[in-house]
Design a protein around this ligand. Structure first.
Ligand code: ATP
Ligand code: MG
Length: 350
């Protein structure tokens, strides 16, 4: 059923901006047949409040017969907020970012895309949890979020007392930009939003006590990587590279950036290091050799491990196609890398 713009505006009078306790600000409505596209401005985006509003809008419109809804959010401008509004928006101190936080943040970086950074981040997070640590994983790849897919996560966050409760899988608490995108709407984030959203992943999310928080950075050395460096001065880094000497050259840029930000590099993980024949056990170095060690030497850090080309077998974490189980040889490699990273971190601290 197609709803008129007038009707949509009426329906949305039921939806409040949870921070300001007044009607949401509608910037734009477009109705094209069954498809409604909406742009809404809120006091706080990428927040538990946005999630609430998001769900409410979708519910209200679907109940009224809408089929397909595209939703975009932006933050209200400074001049649109009254003094009272601003008082209602007092920022909370993000506890995970406080100096006293015991949580160690590890950012996982690579110079370029497609080297398996997200796969490595997810497996490393699962390994740390297997080793008995409390672990969180942030998918900071805003455009190309992939962690929920890699972890085969079906749950979405819940909201309790205005906080986002991250869903958990394989013992790892997960936050992803994917949670802020409605099924059929593209998420468009503009420059300054990136840092803000990242900040909210700390201040709006009830992580509980964490030993380690892993951040899967977007590939390259763009805006988000810069924001992470700025926001998390005490973050440590792990560089992921393929074994090809050229790939390693690219990873070097990510490493240099980490160094510039005075982020300690814990070590290097070489991914897709070789292919091992199941029949003969013979290794073939299909993507070249030595890239991981070269980067490690370059920054005088350890090569934490080399992961071959493979997919989890039948012993993968409950049949997962990306997460290796603890009985699998690659699962054990990840556990060993995790142990190695923990040790490396302790040495950095000492
Ligand atoms: N060791 C491996 N063996 C086989 N396939 C792998 C391995 N590591 C990653 N892959 C596959 O390679 C592809 C890219 O991996 P992934 O998404 O983890 O890379 P990424 O560096 O995070 O990429 P992006 O730049 O898009 O964020 C995926 O299909 C993944 O399953
Ligand atoms: Mg990725």
């Amino acid at each position: 059923m197609s709803l008129s713009e007038q009707k949509i505006r009426e329906l949305l009078l039921q939806v409040e901006d949870p921070n300001l306790h007044r009607n949401i600000t509608i910037r734009n409505i477009k109705v094209k047949g069954d498809y409604i596209s909406l742009k809404v401005a809120l006091a706080k985006t990428a927040s538990s409040e946005q999630m609430e509003v998001q769900q409410k809008i979708v519910n209200v419109l679907k109940e009224a017969g809408a089929d397909s809804i595209g939703l975009r959010f932006e933050e209200l401008k400074e001049e649109e907020l009254s003094i009272e509004d601003k008082q209602k928006l007092q920022p909370e101190t993000p506890s995970l970012l406080s100096e006293h936080s015991q949580t160690k943040v590890i950012s996982i970086a690579s110079g370029k895309g497609g080297v398996g950074k997200s796969t490595v981040s997810a497996n490393l997070a699962v390994s740390l949890s297997r080793l008995g640590y409390k672990v969180g994983l942030i998918d900071a790849d805003i455009y190309g979020f992939s962690i929920p897919a890699i972890m085969e996560l079906e749950k979405r966050p819940e909201i309790k007392n205005d906080k986002i409760i991250p869903p958990e899988k394989y013992g790892v608490k997960i936050m992803s930009m994917a949670f802020f995108s409605e099924d059929n709407s593209p998420v468009l984030w503009r420059g300054p939003m990136l840092g803000k959203m990242l900040n909210n992943f700390f201040s709006e999310v009830e992580w509980g006590e964490l030993d380690y928080l892993l951040m899967d950075l977007p590939p390259g050395t763009g805006d988000v990587a810069l924001d992470v460096h700025r926001l998390l001065p005490s973050s440590k880094e792990i560089l992921v590279t393929t074994p090809h000497p050229n790939a390693a050259y690219v990873a070097e840029r990510a490493g240099k950036m980490a160094r510039k930000a005075e982020h300690e590099i814990l070590g290097v993980i070489e991914n897709m290091a070789y292919y091992q024949s199941i029949e003969t056990g013979k290794r073939e170095y299909v993507f070249g050799r030595g890239g991981g060690q070269a980067i490690a030497d370059k920054f005088s850090v350890p090569l934490l491990g080399s992961i071959p080309l493979a997919q989890p077998g039948e012993h993968g974490e409950s049949g997962s196609t990306s997460i290796f189980g603890k009985e699998e040889s690659i699962g054990k490699m990840y556990d060993s890398i995790a142990g190695h990273a923990v040790k490396s971190l302790e040495m950095v601290k000492a």
